[in-house]
Every structure is written in structure tokens, then in C-alpha cells.
Design a protein around this ligand. Structure first.
Ligand code: AMP
Ligand code: MG
Length: 299
């Protein structure tokens, strides 16, 4: 190659690197580390991402194809005797965007391969069992992407802040849940834990917006104001959840959510990474392809 051509190639590479996008990998930029304090973080930030909203939306559209392809491979593997699955755990206060994440991120893949479970106030039946009972029952089957809209971690959030359990009870749950997740991971489930953070101002705007539109009333719950009044207490509980509940097999990721385009992109990247980590192929045919071709031709 001529010197000129080589320089051209290098500068093309450099241009690609400096194109608006992630300057660190999304997993590294978003994984919780002890320096992250959710009580003071900027919920309008875009950690690791240097592009604009337009760049982010473009990248998300590009990822959609890959994510969808990977999900189909996972599903195919599950149908062919595989045991692996992915679990996306979404935790966040009201209006942080858990529902929007399900629609805009999880919605990128074939719904047949997704199992979504929302966790609300435990029912009478659920209360008869330990708090992990309903969670175990909702774990994704082989080949599926499971999504938890809230999760077992409420047991150190709402249960703590609302005093549903004494401290001597809820304080034991961190270790219990870490052990539970280690067991789930060991059985072949890649766990992606995502904590969504909206600022108090943005939450106020989102709640107010729900009252301006007839089609959003169903999302509004007057009880959310009680939770909002305890914002600082919840952030303390979230900070402890991140500190005590981040493990090697199931680390927490922290997502600033005031910019929905960013939170959707960030979570799409994390989910795509999780699927990539499985190095998914296509299951080989368990029949003679050539023979079947002949039989189909003759049929
Ligand atoms: P939403 O996500 O808006 O449907 O609300 C679900 C509600 O259920 C929230 O207020 C949660 O705090 C509450 N919730 C979820 N898990 C638990 C739990 N383990 N104990 C008590 N309340 C819970
Ligand atoms: Mg709600």
C-alpha cells in the first residue's frame, strides 16, 4: 500500500473512532462503582456518550437489528435444548421510565421470546410465601429474555422506606438476594440489573404531564405523591442497594433518565452486550438437510 493510501486508511479509522458515540464502553460507563452517589448525580447526564440526541437515536436504530438477531439466536438455542437465558431487572422510582424501557428497548425484539413480569404490592397468596417465591416463579425459561419491572430489590427499597419490615429483617435481604442471583447466574441466566434515576424536577414535570392528558390518567396514581415526598429516603435506600447489591455476577448499572433517548440507548446497549456475551450461534439441524430438500421438492 502506498504511504498516501495508508494515511488515508488511518485517518478514516480515526474518524470512525471520534464519530459521535460512546467514548468508553456503555457497560464501563454505566456500571455502578463506589464513586457513584445517586443522591448527587446528574440525572440529565449522558455518561460515556458524547453524541447528541440525534446521534443517540441513530445508534439505537442501528442496534435494533443486532439485538433482534441475537434474541432470535437465543430463542433458537432454547428450542434446541439450550439452558441459557437473559434477565433484565428494571428498578426505579415512579416516572423514571421502566414502562418506556419495556416499550422502546424490549419492544425491539420478537415478543414471542420475551417474558415480562411486573412486581407490585404482594398479593395475599404471595404473602404466604417468602419474598423470593414469586420471583423464582417468574425467572425466564431457557431461550427467553425475562424482564422484571421492579423486582425482589423492592424488599430493601419500599419495604425499608415505608417501614413494612423492621431493619433487622430488611438488612438481611442484601446477602440473601446476592446469593439468590448467584444461583440464578450459575444456572445459565445472564442478569442485567439496571437502576433508573429521574431528578425530582423531571419527575414533577412527568407527573404533571400525566394530568394534562386523558390518555395518561391511567398511569397517574395519587399514591405516587407519598413516595415522592420521601425522595431523599428512597435515594438513600437506592444507594445502599447499589453498594450492597453489586456483585461480579450481577452488577448494578446506573442510568440517568431525564433524557429518555439516552436511557433507552443505554439500556439497549447493556442488553445487547449481555446477549453478545453468550456468543450465540445457530443450532445445527438435527435432520439430514439434503435429504429433506429432496423430500420437500417431491412433496
Ligand atoms: P407500579 O410499578 O406503578 O405498578 O407500582 C407497583 C407498586 O408496588 C409500587 O408502589 C411498589 O413500591 C409496590 N411494590 C413492589 N414490590 C413490593 C414489595 N415487595 N412490597 C411492597 N410493595 C411493593
Ligand atoms: Mg406507578
Amino acid at each position: 500500500m502506498s504511504k498516501k493510501a495508508a494515511t488515508k486508511k488511518t485517518s478514516k479509522k480515526a474518524a470512525k473512532r471520534s464519530a459521535p458515540g460512546w467514548d468508553i464502553s456503555p457497560a464501563d460507563a454505566l456500571r455502578w462503582t463506589p464513586e457513584v452517589d445517586v443522591r448527587t448525580m446528574d440525572c440529565a447526564g449522558t455518561p460515556g456518550f458524547t453524541g447528541t440526541r440525534k446521534d443517540g437515536e441513530k445508534l439505537l436504530a442501528e442496534r435494533a437489528q443486532e439485538l433482534s438477531d441475537l434474541q432470535e439466536r437465543l430463542f433458537a438455542e432454547g428450542r434446541s435444548g439450550g439452558t441459557r437465558s437473559v434477565l433484565l431487572v428494571l428498578q426505579g422510582l415512579d416516572t423514571a421510565g421502566k414502562g418506556g424501557t419495556v416499550r422502546h428497548v424490549v419492544g425491539l425484539v420478537d415478543p414471542q421470546g420475551v417474558a415480562i413480569r411486573g412486581f407490585g404490592v404482594p398479593t395475599a397468596e404471595e404473602r404466604e410465601h417468602g419474598y423470593l417465591w414469586r420471583v423464582r416463579n417468574a425467572l425466564p425459561k431457557p431461550g427467553y429474555i425475562g424482564v422484571f419491572d421492579r423486582s425482589h430489590w423492592e424488599q430493601v427499597l419500599v419495604a425499608r422506606v415505608e417501614g413494612l419490615e423492621p431493619e433487622e429483617e430488611w438488612s438481611k435481604h442484601y446477602d440473601e438476594m446476592n446469593a439468590f442471583e448467584a444461583e440464578v447466574a450459575a444456572s445459565g441466566t445472564v442478569i442485567v440489573k439496571v437502576a433508573l434515576f429521574v431528578s425530582p424536577d423531571e419527575q414533577k414535570a412527568r407527573l404533571a404531564a400525566r394530568l394534562e392528558r386523558e390518555d395518561k390518567y391511567w398511569k397517574y396514581n395519587p399514591g405516587d405523591l407519598k413516595t415522592r415526598a420521601k425522595f431523599p429516603e428512597y435515594l438513600d435506600a437506592y444507594q445502599d442497594m447499589l453498594t450492597k447489591g453489586s456483585t461480579d455476577v450481577a452488577p448494578w448499572h446506573v442510568i440517568p433518565c431525564d433524557k429518555k433517548w439516552f436511557s433507552h440507548l443505554a439500556i439497549t446497549e447493556l442488553l445487547t452486550n449481555a446477549l453478545r456475551s453468550l456468543d450465540l450461534g445457530w443450532p445445527p439441524a438435527d435432520f439430514d438437510v439434503e435429504e429433506q430438500k429432496k423430500l420437500v421438492a417431491a412433496a
